[in-house]
Design a binder for this molecule. Structure first.
Ligand code: ADP
Ligand code: ASP
Ligand code: MG
Length: 410
């Protein structure tokens, strides 16, 4: 008997009508003879609403208590979905993260799944039930509820698919698959029929929120086949699978953008050995992940060091930078929250030259200034002013995707 995991995102369960629609889809899979584990997100807007409540009380709510609050969104959704299924005559049971249990580490608000005990799920499946699991949450060693970071229901679904050795993990969302750019910004964006884990990981980490990055990491590690599709139609979506040779034929698979970072600059740092080490060690000690780093060419014995961090860490990073700046005799610290990181991603960059030059040229022609650049084997990212983000994505999409054949590929 085949076993599938189906994950439904917030918009897909955003109203009672939509929950009924999801129940019908689940019933269809059951009628086809499949065992089904469903993972649900909170109803759309609910996680933001709950976070907002915590912020009304504190600018930095206690992380354990924040998890206690925001994890409730999923609990409501799974209960409603199980009721809807029963109304259709499908036997179902809802389980929260701790009821499964899904064990995580201690990192409240961004916990990682360590282990899933599948006994309870297996036994409910054996009784012929659909098991509806709350996404985005787990339990730590102390028995406290944790959450997995925004978009974490994707990771719950893929981790469950891996633990249960499911045949496929279907991710149902509000677009028909993974596109060459965010279809809400680029109307010309095309659905990508097949994409490699590696490309999807890059796109997810560079801002394409259609899949949470950790879910793709899990899928790659355990070889879980993912099918991303819409919960509103029956179109074939995007398959995320192992890479194959054909995938290197195009240089750029997709364009991603990310507005979630802030840039912090330590201004006029004395250009001596050891200062960068001091700054980035202090940030690392506070678990702050630094993304891009640029150090300007030294001028009269002084230099500027800029780096980017997630906006959620920016206050703390700014404080740390100010402390280090004072200690090393730098002039001060500047912060810019209005930046965007625009990236082009593709396995084909390994073998196709000229992508970076083409990217910089496209941005130059639009009059867009580049603050920082970072590259890997399969991506190039540029940091620019936030107000040009959409323009940059559209221009790059036109150059690399719509006019693919005209790119100078050597
Ligand atoms: P869900 O609630 O179903 O998890 P998300 O909002 O997390 O849905 O992710 C789906 C959204 O991701 C889409 O509505 C789309 O705007 C956005 N998105 C960003 N980049 C892409 C892309 N390259 N392909 C598809 N969707 C994308
Ligand atoms: N409800 C959570 C969020 O909004 C988790 C998810 O939707 O995947 O981030
Ligand atoms: Mg999501």
């Amino acid at each position: 008997m085949s076993l599938i995991v189906q994950k439904y995102g917030g918009t897909s369960v955003g109203s009672i009508e939509r929950i009924k629609n999801v129940a019908k889809r689940v019933k269809k899979a059951v009628d086809e003879g499949k065992q089904v584990v469903v993972v649900s997100s909170a109803m759309s807007g609910e996680t933001d609403r709950l976070l907002g409540l915590t912020r009304e009380l504190s600018s930095r709510p206690d992380p354990r208590e924040q998890d206690m609050v925001v994890s409730t969104g999923e609990q409501v959704a799974i209960g409603l979905l199980a009721i809807a299924l029963k109304e259709l005559g499908v036997d179902a049971i809802s389980l929260t993260g701790w009821q499964v249990p899904i064990y995580t580490d201690d990192a409240h608000t961004k916990a990682r799944i360590k282990e899933i005990d599948t006994k309870r799920i297996q036994s409910e499946l054996a009784k012929g039930k659909v098991v509806v699991v709350a996404g985005f949450q787990g339990i730590n060693d102390k028995g406290d509820i944790t959450t997995l970071g925004r978009g974490g229901s994707d990771t719950t679904a893929v981790a469950l698919a891996a633990a249960l050795k499911a045949d496929v993990c279907e991710i149902y969302t509000d677009v028909s698959g993974v596109y060459t750019a965010d279809p809400r910004i680029v109307p010309e964006a095309k659905k990508i029929p097949v994409i490699s884990y590696e490309e999807m990981m890059e796109m997810a980490s560079l801002g394409s929120k259609v899949m949470q990055i950790r879910s793709v990491e899990f899928a790659a590690k355990y070889g879980v086949k993912i099918h991303v599709k819409s919960s509103f139609n029956d179109e074939d979506g995007t398959w995320i699978v192992e890479e194959n040779e054909d995938m290197e034929k195009v240089a750029v698979r997709g364009i991603s953008h990310d507005l979630k970072e802030s840039k912090i600059t330590v201004v006029k740092v004395p250009d001596k050995p050891g200062i960068a080490a001091k700054l980035f060690k202090a940030l690392g000690d506070e678990n702050i992940v630094v993304d891009m780093i640029v150090q300007n060419v030294s001028h009269e014995g002084y230099t500027d060091i800029s780096f980017t961090v997630n906006k959620t860490d920016a206050d703390q990073a700014e404080e740390i930078a100010k402390k280090v700046a004072e200690e090393v005799g730098a002039e001060g610290v500047e912060r810019n929250d209005k930046i965007a990181k625009i990236s082009v991603v593709g396995l084909g960059m390994k073998t196709h030259a000229g992508t970076a030059g083409k990217m910089f040229e496209v941005l130059y022609k639009e009059g867009i200034n580049i603050y920082a650049i970072s590259t890997s084997e399969i991506k190039i990212s540029c940091l620019i002013d936030e107000k040009y983000a959409e323009l940059a994505v559209r221009a790059l999409h036109e150059a690399f995707i719509e006019n693919q054949e005209t790119i100078a590929i050597k």
